[in-house]
Design a protein around this ligand. Structure first.
Ligand code: COA
Length: 384
């Protein structure tokens, strides 16, 4: 049975800050941020947006009523959940108007959560022929104003419908994985912002990639020549570049040039949006599908979640994927946004809704929003 990604869509908040303006405001050479870190813009969520509202928007962009009836499993991967008990997935049931006959839950393992969800979805579909699984990655990446990590913030969500005879990417059920207890990145329950040993995290990420790539090649007797493109977890685009560069001396100049050129196509969206945490790898897939992908290309995916779990798996772009991937509409999600000044971003960053807040719907510029906090319970609405 062929199983994989049958539909994929994403959501990013409608406001962004310009990275050159951020650099100037922080008295940093803009080249450090645009070349050294590799970012151009950063998505900024409104206070009425969170992992729930963004997940709802991404999923809503791909689902029709037939899909909803076929879904038997919904998993949200997130590390910016709004509740320590109730899952982000449970909130989505009525926002997306889903039938109750669904197993819904959340997975947390830093930026690896959505990949864990994808693999569980694969297993679910293979055991339940005819059913589909909805996997959503949704996160707000926050490090704090004037911190070294500020330039690597971002927000957004990616939704994928997993099913039989997939129309976008067939997963070939080949994967290698590893877990190591590492202190490269963490966010204690009391904190809205993450703590990161950024440079150490880079080293662990590259080490995981090299270890897993060796393991994958040995296990499946393949080389880089068997793949057209390598997609990386890209919290900021320089990070994937560093992993890819480790292959330069091991590959033919032609193969390395091809992988590098395709990597550039896969990071176009991330340069514009910033860090989606667990959605970052899949935003890279979307960027590649919109900008360069061709039918039957073999893809290698490197997923990494600090703490740390890594996995390399593979798939194949399906003939006719363009019929499911509306390139113009996906590009429009990136293009139809407005710039926010650095001072407005700084002011908004401090806003944190408390119990008793009621959000004025006429001031909301999003399909789904936090409408109220009542008895400390967050309540959501779909914008009419
Ligand atoms: N022009 C071009 N490049 C420049 C530059 C300039 N004027 N000034 C600096 N750079 C380069 C540096 O050489 C460096 O490149 P390298 O990484 O290839 O060596 C890069 O810009 C970053 O400079 P650095 O001094 O290392 O930046 P920093 O101390 O501000 O830290 C991060 C950068 C990424 C480590 C920091 O933003 C961070 O911790 N972010 C959080 C990242 C994270 O942990 N994410 C989750 C992991 S999955």
């Amino acid at each position: 049975m062929d199983i994989g990604i049958d539909k994929i869509g994403f959501y990013v908040p409608k406001d962004y800050i310009d990275i050159v303006e951020l650099a100037k405001a922080r008295d940093v050479d803009p080249d450090k941020f645009t070349i050294g870190i590799g970012q151009d813009k950063q998505a900024v969520p409104q206070p009425y947006q969170d992992a729930v509202t963004m997940a709802a928007s991404a999923a809503d962009s791909i689902l029709n009523s037939e899909d909803k009836q076929a879904i038997g499993l919904m998993i949200v991967g997130t590390e910016s959940s709004i509740d320590e008990s109730k899952s982000t997935a449970a909130f989505l049931m009525d926002l997306l108007d889903l039938p109750e006959d669904i197993r819904a839950y959340e997975i947390k393992q830093a930026c690896y959560g959505a990949t864990a969800g994808l693999q569980a979805a694969y297993d679910f579909v293979s055991l339940n022929p005819g059913k589909k699984a909805l996997v959503i990655a949704s996160d707000i990446a926050r490090y704090g104003i004037k911190t070294p990590g500020e330039v690597t913030q971002g927000a957004g969500s990616v939704a994928m419908l997993i099913g039989e005879d997939p129309r976008v990417v067939k997963l070939d059920h080949k994967s290698v994985y590893m877990t190591r207890n590492v202190g490269d990145f963490w966010r204690p329950t009391f904190s809205k912002v993450a703590f990161a040993r950024g440079k150490f995290s880079n080293q662990v990420y590259v080490d995981f990639f090299n270890t897993l790539w060796d393991k994958y090649q040995a296990k499946y007797d393949v080389t880089a020549d068997d793949f057209k493109t390598m997609l990386f977890h890209i919290p900021y685009t320089k990070m994937g570049t560093k992993a890819l560069r480790t292959l330069e001396d091991k590959l033919s100049p032609e193969k390395y040039a091809e992988l590098t050129a395709n990597y550039q196509e896969s990071i176009k969206f991330s340069r514009e949006v910033g860090n989606l945490y667990t959605g970052s790898l899949y935003l890279g897939l979307l960027s590649y599908l919109v900008n360069a992908a061709k039918a039957n290309e073999k893809l290698l995916f490197f997923s990494y979640g600090s703490g740390a779990v890594g996995e390399i798996f593979s798939g194949e772009i399906q003939p006719g994927f363009e019929k499911v991937i509306d390139k113009k509409a996906l590009q429009a999600v990136i293009d139809n946004r407005q710039k926010m000044s650095i001072s407005d971003y700084e002011k908004m960053y401090q806003i944190e809704y408390q119990d008793g807040t009621i959000v004025d719907p006429t001031a909301v510029d999003a399909e789904f929003y936090l409408s109220e906090i009542k008895e400390n319970e967050r309540l959501y609405k779909k914008n009419k």
